[in-house]
Design a protein around this ligand. Sequence first.
Ligand SMILES: [Zn+2]
Ligand SMILES: [Zn+2]
Length: 458
Amino acid sequence: MKFTNLTRRTEIGANSYYLESGEESFILDCGMHPKQEGDEALPNFKAIGAREVDAIIVSHAHQDHLGTLPVLMRRQPQARVFMTEATVAIGSALLHNSVNVMTRQREELGTTLYPLFTHKETNRAIEDWRACRFRQPINLAGERVGARAEGGVTFEFFDAGHVLGSAGVLLRAEGRTFFYSGDVNFDDQTIAQGAVFPETGIDVLIMECTRGDVPQPEGFTRAGEERRLAEAITRAFESGGCVLMPVFALGKTQEALAMIHRFRREKLLSDFPLYIGGLSTKMTEIYDRFALTSRRSFPRLQLLEELQPFVLNGQTIADAPAKPGRIYALSSGMMTPKTLSNIFARRVLEDPRHSIFFVGYADPMSPAGILRAAQPGDLVALDPEEPPRELRCQIETFQFSAHASRESIVAYVKKLAPKKVVLVHGDPPAVAWMHAQMAAALRGAEVIVPTPGVEIEL
Ligand SMILES: [Zn+2]
Ligand SMILES: [Zn+2]
């Protein structure tokens, strides 16, 4: 099996991987870079030249895995596109929202490249997506096959426990097995239950490294962290302020809502008004729709009905005051300029009564990353078009990552004992830590960091 990393750098960018076995070829994931613009936000499709792929397989509906799928489908019109049923639902909401964002950026950035695709093209693309069940082997022609099917590449989705619909992909070809983790979490979150991945019989593992440079604190438990959050919310409300939680629309919003539901049920918190964004509402609707048919905790919990959040959008955020005793769980998680969480932070930042709670991953160079690292009294620029403001509000960070801890990844890899590990989806320090650990843990196995754009033999 040949493998080319189409991600432009060793980083969590526009994830995409080209694979080729005999006459067949396919692409795993097709992301959009969260921080780059225009062509640089796309995977490096040039690395595969004029080759036509048979299929595109998408692991889950986060922007960095599916964000430029309509562009790839335009370049590869013959390719069949596969993803799980929930990813079809979430992916369409995500891409249509992305068209709106890019249309706005067209003017802001003065780039005629944007939008990279339109609503119409997105609708046409979605019609061609094929929804697949978990644990059903399928060949690249889209036909169901047995697990031991001879001849040609087959794939099978395994629940990755990261966000609704997220999957790892088991590939069988050439009499060997290859497993792509996608984004994974081995531990239970509040809604999502930990991944169910193969534990034996994998020759080559392609593994994400997101948290490779973050050690798990001694004695950490999710239950303990949840309690710490409930106490911090109580303190914030008692000091007469509100709480802003920058969250991803997909995954972290629903996990945050479910935690608040649990806090209320356990009488740790009483009722209070709660605000989320428009895209988050759409994503939450999909979580509610799949509640009984996906693997999760609280299967009967309908988040929107139970929590009745108020919805803020690009217009109403302009004059939404920061009112004490409320939680604003707004996207984006990285506080990208012009998003709800970035705009709302201006109302909170200079008031010591208010709080900002970080509950998930943020790139260190993103506004959320910069703010999280800032000290009281620092001047913080959240948007290059706005004057910097003095940080006077309370900042707290909680560990509710949707990604596996590095310790749980090492434990998994030790148990699986593949002959080869390919490390992807991590910044250089994260990948370097994983490389050192795995090379030590797996004697005789080959551990590879695939140079972007360079074909390797797996
Ligand atoms: Zn993800
Ligand atoms: Zn990712």
